[in-house]
Design a protein around this ligand. Structure first.
Ligand code: DHB
Ligand code: FE
Length: 279
């Protein structure tokens, strides 16, 4: 039987990918960001997931604007790094797990989550930056990936509570897959940031740290955060944090926090990262 063993949350700031690709990780500005992921990279080498269900958003790279799926799941064999304007990142192609993905898609749709099925997709910084942060510079990614894509770029995104319940449904789907697989769920994006408008550059350490606290102390409270709360407190792109709730909903009530990291700033963004072990 497939098992969800752990959850990971991390920001996906594109400048982090550029810093890696341009050899800047030891520079004074970037060193503290990458230092915050060293323990997690060591942990991942031991944890050895067979599959990561990687919850992320596409930034109008492969999807969106013309077609806006609220929730989508990748059922492809593989996913190429996308060209986001400077050529594709020189990172490995992401290997999918079409059998597990098709099983999860069927289970979710029967469970009343009407997923869009993606049989082809190039993946942008929303996926490649978290993979780089957790696995480092490698020739092949050491896990297969089932992408779960959430609309957080075009109004109206799903509610945080709906995301939580999708996480619970993903856990039911994984538990009914017959093959023995070590599965992690990753929630990506955030934390507070706003990239445009009068409040561009907004960062809210208090909101972010309360959110990090409550992933362990009071996760139910996170389900009640509304779109307006995210917009007001965490900036227009802070809404990406709803993707962390899919991860947290999938892990069940009891978790052990193995690692927590918070750093300001990376580009214009507050970077947050946690590793949670499932009970
Ligand atoms: C930036 C873009 C993002 O998608 C994000 O989540 C954080 C920062 C940026 O362009 O700086
Ligand atoms: Fe983003």
């Amino acid at each position: 039987m497939a098992r969800i063993t752990a959850g990971v949350a991390t920001s996906h700031v594109p400048a982090i990918g550029a810093a890696i690709d341009l050899g800047k990780t030891r520079e004074e500005y970037w060193q503290p960001v990458f230092a915050g992921y060293e323990a997690s990279r060591a942990w991942e080498r031991e944890a050895k997931p067979d599959v990561v269900i990687l919850v992320f958003n596409d930034h109008a790279t492969s999807l969106m604007l013309d077609v806006v799926p609220t929730f989508a799941i990748g059922c492809a064999d593989s996913y190429k790094p996308a060209d986001e304007g400077w050529g594709p990142r020189a990172v490995p192609v992401v290997q999918g797990h079409p059998e597990l993905a098709a099983h999860i898609a069927q289970s979710l749709i029967i469970d009343e989550f009407d997923m869009t099925i993606l049989n082809e997709m190039d993946v942008d910084h929303g996926m490649t930056v978290p993979l780089s942060l957790l696995f480092g510079e490698v020739d092949t990614w050491p896990t297969r990936v089932v992408p779960v894509v959430v609309n957080v770029t075009q109004f109206p995104p799903p509610s945080g509570d709906r995301c939580w319940r999708l996480g619970e449904a993903i856990a039911r789907a994984v538990a009914s897959f017959p093959e023995d697989l070590n599965v992690q769920v990753w929630g990506t994006g955030g934390m507070s940031h706003q990239l445009q408008g009068a409040r561009a550059g907004l960062i809210n350490r208090e909101f972010d740290n309360t959110f990090l606290d409550n992933l362990v102390a009071d996760p139910q409270a996170l389900r009640r955060i509304t779109h307006y709360d995210y917009l007001r407190e965490a900036g227009s792109e802070g809404i990406e944090l709803i993707m962390w709730l899919i991860m947290r909903g999938a892990l069940g009530p009891n978790v052990t926090q193995l690692h927590r990291f918070y750093h300001v700033p990376a580009s214009n963004t507050a970077v947050g990262h946690v590793v949670l072990e499932a009970a």
